[in-house]
Design a protein around this ligand. Structure first.
Ligand code: WTA
Length: 661
């Protein structure tokens, strides 16, 4: 852990100091509390009393099972099985049972495309489309257990595709539409997917993102793919490979809407979702069926205090990330909620698009990321002020630490000082929220995710693994939870090594945190070589390997430097091969190369060319030192450097390097 961007255990960190001075308190407003689903300690007490019966009660109350489980939990550290022997189908839980309960005409999604086109989709309509598409998949030869890849824009067909997979028991692997062809190919190959579902393109900031063109490049190297289904969205001209590629609308016109849900075992694989780790190879995080849906439904209901009959809920994430899986698709649909789903960016056509959407649909609950909030702050209060946001009653935050200043702005200018804010800490690996307030019960402090949710055990430890009860430490989880990852696809050893080896008996999240005198948790950011750029995880190693993949690059070291808007920004220190000359053009070329290899979110903000990189005597690149340089801090002790003069040179060049937004 010598490369930690932050040292949560030392008490002199500037972040910890700043947070210590945060003494504002926001108890639940009386009216909110009175009407809330959980205003006291009942859920916490029930979970404390008996963890397994607490989760069993939630599973029974929130979901419909076609066969009851025999055992609530089998825990053979680090492998958990929840609701063993139980059977259920996710699409049935998300759709059929609501329709059967007479809610077929209730709106599941108010969908809005970026150009302004809209679709209103009821539960009955969604069920019909999901059943049809499940039949399409069956006709294409997809069987229970086969992996299906999905690479799509934020259109309703994306949710349809996921739910259709769950209906027939085919695990899906959604790849975010911003990822490159190479990244898509890697993920398809790792999952050995049989079918790819994509679209001609999607709208983003007024332009069509060429998804099918990217997919075509990926498909050259993905021998497992037998069929490609293409949704027409942008109308862009695309190549359709005979015998392999077919249009979604053609296939859908040929099938019936009768497709009984496949009963799945609670522990059957529901989906894979790839996330960046500390090596160059992304990890296929495995989530299974019963436990995942239980905790996602539970947290969506209680953390958002959901009243499905009256709330209009909007999670502004992309379904390509775990937030969208759990809180656009599975949680809200399992709970019978009415959601808004939006295709595009917040600044198209104007910087008030979000506020316009909230006003028109009368959104009551908004869930977004601190990066977005800080961007809105930069754009100015005149944007939200032009709209009536009085329908909002609760706000949520996810993806990165929210600084008290952004929290206060969100509270005041979006929430009209009346809406509680739920800051929710969790990860792709945890599947669902882990540390968050219950808004009718918890007194909030701006910038703190407050306490572990009922049924969740979280503790801080120091370097030696000893428990920290006050002050900074490494965040660990102490007991299994229903929606926990079941492993890394195809690599059980890496699963054990990554999460369960650093602190024996504990899940190590990779985050640093601080516990204050009142027992509130304050998340401080990653302590490993993972960056958090606009709430998205980017691996330093992955960006480094993309850089050295360029023929002119000899060596590269990448760090995440503090950035006012995006949380962290990617700064790359690059040494060139002998005969190569540094130039702004080459910097641009390298930035473009990384975007092409991984995706635009991984494009470095700054490239610093340097003759050499600071290394320890054992040859390990000193990222912490580079981070100091990138953030313009004092360098501190450099005596472990192979060549101390390198640092001065790097600092000089970092000061001169052009920066990009
Ligand atoms: C960070 C996103 C502070 C954290 C759901 C974690 C947060 C990583 C918060 C997971 C929060 C997420 N406060 N940090 N409320 N939420 N993080 O897998 O570093 O994309 O480890 O899941 O984001 O990112 P992931």
């Amino acid at each position: 852990m010598t490369n930690s961007p932050i040292d949560p255990v030392s008490s002199d960190s500037a972040t910890i100091e700043a947070l210590l001075f945060e003494d504002r308190r926001f108890p639940p407003p009386a009216a909110f509390k009175a009407a809330s689903l959980a205003s006291g300690n009942e859920l916490y007490d029930a979970a404390d009393k008996d963890l397994e019966s607490f989760w069993a009660d939630q599973a029974a109350e929130l979901l419909t099972w076609s066969r009851n489980w025999d055992t609530v939990l089998e825990w053979d550290l680090p492998f958990a099985k929840w609701f063993v022997g139980g059977q259920l189908n996710v699409s049935e839980n998300c759709l059929d049972r609501h329709v059967e309960a007479g809610k077929g005409d209730k709106v599941a999604f108010h969908w809005e495309g970026e150009p302004g086109d809209t679709r209103t989709i009821t539960y009955a309509e969604l069920l019909d489309e999901v059943c049809r598409f499940a039949n399409v998949l069956k006709d294409l030869g997809v069987r229970k257990g086969d992996r299906v890849n999905i690479y799509m824009p934020m259109i309703p067909e994306l949710a349809v595709a996921m739910l259709a997979c769950t209906r027939i028991g085919a695990p899906h692997s959604v790849v975010f539409g911003g990822f490159s062809a190479d990244a898509l190919a890697d993920r398809i190959n790792d999952a050995q997917a049989k079918v790819l579902i994509t679209a001609d393109g999607g709208w983003r900031r007024g332009a069509a993102v060429p998804l099918k063109i990217n997919a075509d490049v990926a498909l050259v190297d993905t021998p497992s793919i037998e069929h490609v289904v293409v949704v027409r969205r942008t109308g862009t001209d695309v190549h359709m490979e005979t015998g392999r590629d077919q249009w979604y609308h053609d296939l859908m016109s040929m099938v019936s809407a009768d497709c009984p849900p496949e009963p799945m075992d609670s522990e059957d694989l529901l989906y894979l979702l790839y996330t960046s780790g500390t090596t160059a190879k992304p990890k296929g995080i495995m989530h299974t069926t019963g436990g995942y849906l239980t905790q996602v439904a539970f947290t969506h209901k209680y953390v958002f205090d959901l009243k499905p009959e009256t709330d209009i809920y909007w999670c502004a994430a992309d379904i390509g990330w775990v937030t969208g899986h759990s809180y656009i698709v599975y949680g809200p649909l399992a709970n019978g909620a009415t959601s808004v789903m939006y295709e595009g960016t917040p600044d198209h056509p104007g910087k008030d698009r979000f506020w316009d959407i909230i006003e028109r649909y009368k959104v009551t609950i908004l869930y977004t990321a601190p990066t977005a909030i800080r961007t809105f702050m930069k754009w100015g209060v005149q944007e939200p002020e032009r709209h009536d946001l009085s329908s909002l009653r609760l706000l949520g935050s996810v993806g990165e630490p929210i600084n008290p200043e952004a929290w206060m702005w969100y509270h005041e200018h979006i929430g009209g000082s009346r809406c509680p804010i739920v800051d929710t800490w969790w990860q792709t690996e945890t599947g669902a929220m882990m540390i968050a307030p219950l808004p009718g019960s918890t007194t909030l402090k701006p910038g703190s995710a407050t306490f572990p949710l009922p049924g969740i055990g979280a503790e801080l430890v120091d370097d030696q693994g000893a428990r920290v009860e006050n002050g900074g430490g490494y965040l660990t989880l102490t007991q299994p939870w229903p929606s926990m990852l079941r492993g890394i696809y195809g690599d059980p050893e890496r699963y054990r090594e990554t999460y369960w080896s650093r602190f024996p008996g504990r899940y190590f999240a990779g985050d640093g945190a601080k516990l204050d005198d009142d027992g509130y948790l304050w998340l401080l950011g990653r302590v490993d070589d993972v960056m958090n750029v606009s709430g998205h995880r980017v691996s330093t190693t992955e960006v480094e390997s993309a850089l050295v993949d360029h023929q002119k690059v000899a060596e590269a070291a990448v760090v995440g430097a503090k950035d006012e808007t995006t949380g962290q920004a990617i700064v790359a220190f690059v040494t060139l091969k002998g005969d190569q000359k540094a130039s702004d053009e080459l910097g641009q070329e390298l930035r473009g190369h990384v975007a092409k290899k991984i995706g635009a979110i991984s494009r470095p903000r700054t490239i610093v060319f340097t003759e050499d990189l600071p290394k320890t005597r054992s040859g390990k690149i000193m990222r912490r030192l580079l981070r100091d340089v990138a953030e313009g801090r004092d360098l501190g002790d450099t005596t472990t450097l192979a060549d101390a003069s390198v640092v001065e040179e790097i600092r000089r060049r970092a000061d001169a390097a052009p920066q990009e937004d």
